[in-house]
Design a protein around this ligand. Structure first.
Ligand SMILES: Cc1cc2nc3c(=O)[nH]c(=O)nc-3n(C[C@H](O)[C@H](O)[C@H](O)COP(=O)(O)O)c2cc1C
Length: 265
């Protein structure tokens, strides 16, 4: 099948019709050699998971794909906490249910005229389903990154090297010094999200369902305490993972042309 010819929407939205434990049909290519563009075009947030465990070798393969991502300055300071222990997932479920309740009452209560009401309702149903069944999630991967003392070391070096700025002039130098924090903050996040995307793509290509979530950040301290993540290490995504209850379908996005500017905004 040619890229862009992924069959129409049969993803998570079709899930309510599927029976738990029923053999899953895959109308899109699945497998280690699935074409990358078709995997991308059908990699949706899949929140309804079967409780069946995910084999260890697949989890290892998925995390390895995460480590193939680029990282700023090739620091490779990723950490992936792979959680399959039922008690640990039950603890995460309690936190997840609290943050979802909060999100439902705040962020998700904001009217979304940009979305079809039916589409939004289905997403909310899936969010609620995931919250209610979170304790049954077969595996959760928490993606972390930690620049450690690197930004401060860079900052000190920059401040000690005024000669390096001389040729830039005052205004640009001040802007550059002001932007150090922006660069390091965004670079840390940008060093983990390509890895997160690789994790999602690898899971999807292996026929596993997953979704990128960040709502745990509302209670990041609690999540870190449960998982024993060091205080200074940042968590960027919590990815529930398992076999899909529904089938994969093509993503629905605005046309690329609407989001593209050529040569200037
Ligand atoms: C940065 C980021 C954070 C997200 N956080 C959450 C989250 O906390 N919970 C959740 O259910 N989905 C989360 N999502 C998934 C989006 O809701 C999802 O990609 C979007 O609704 C489109 O759905 P689709 O990929 O199934 O088409 C997040 C996605 C991104 C990119």
């Amino acid at each position: 099948m040619a890229p862009g010819r992924v069959p129409p929407d049969e993803g998570e939205h079709a899930a309510p019709k599927a029976k738990a434990g029923a053999a899953t049909r895959h109308p899109v290519p699945v497998g280690i050699d699935a074409p990358i563009l078709e995997v991308m075009a059908s990699m949706r947030a899949m929140r309804r998971l079967r409780p069946d465990p995910v084999p260890e070798d697949l989890l290892e393969q998925i995390v390895e794909a995460g480590t193939w991502a680029p990282s700023a300055n090739h620091l490779q300071r990723y950490a992936f906490v792979v959680v399959t222990d039922r008690d640990q997932i039950a603890r995460l479920a309690t936190i997840w249910q609290a943050v979802v309740r909060f999100y439902r009452a705040t962020f998700l209560a904001v009217p979304r005229p940009d979305l079809e009401p039916e589409q939004f309702r289905r997403t909310l149903d899936a969010v609620d389903y995931q919250a209610a069944h979170f304790a049954e999630t077969p595996a959760v991967i928490v993606a972390c990154y930690d620049f450690g003392s690197y930004p401060n070391t860079v900052r000190r070096r920059m401040l000690r090297a005024p000669a390096a700025f001389r040729r830039f002039g005052g205004r640009r130098t001040i802007a550059m010094l002001r932007n150090i924090g922006t660069v390091t903050d965004r670079s840390e996040a940008a060093s983990i999200y390509p890895a997160v995307q690789n994790v999602l793509l690898a899971a999807r290509s292996l026929g596993l369902a997953a979704n990128l979530t960040t709502w745990h950040l509302m209670a990041e301290g609690e999540v870190k305490r449960v998982l024993g993540i060091p205080r200074r290490t940042h968590t960027y995504a919590l990815i529930p993972l398992g076999w899909p209850m529904g089938t994969f379908g093509r993503v629905r996005r605005k046309p690329a042309g609407q989001m593209t500017h050529r040569d200037r905004w």
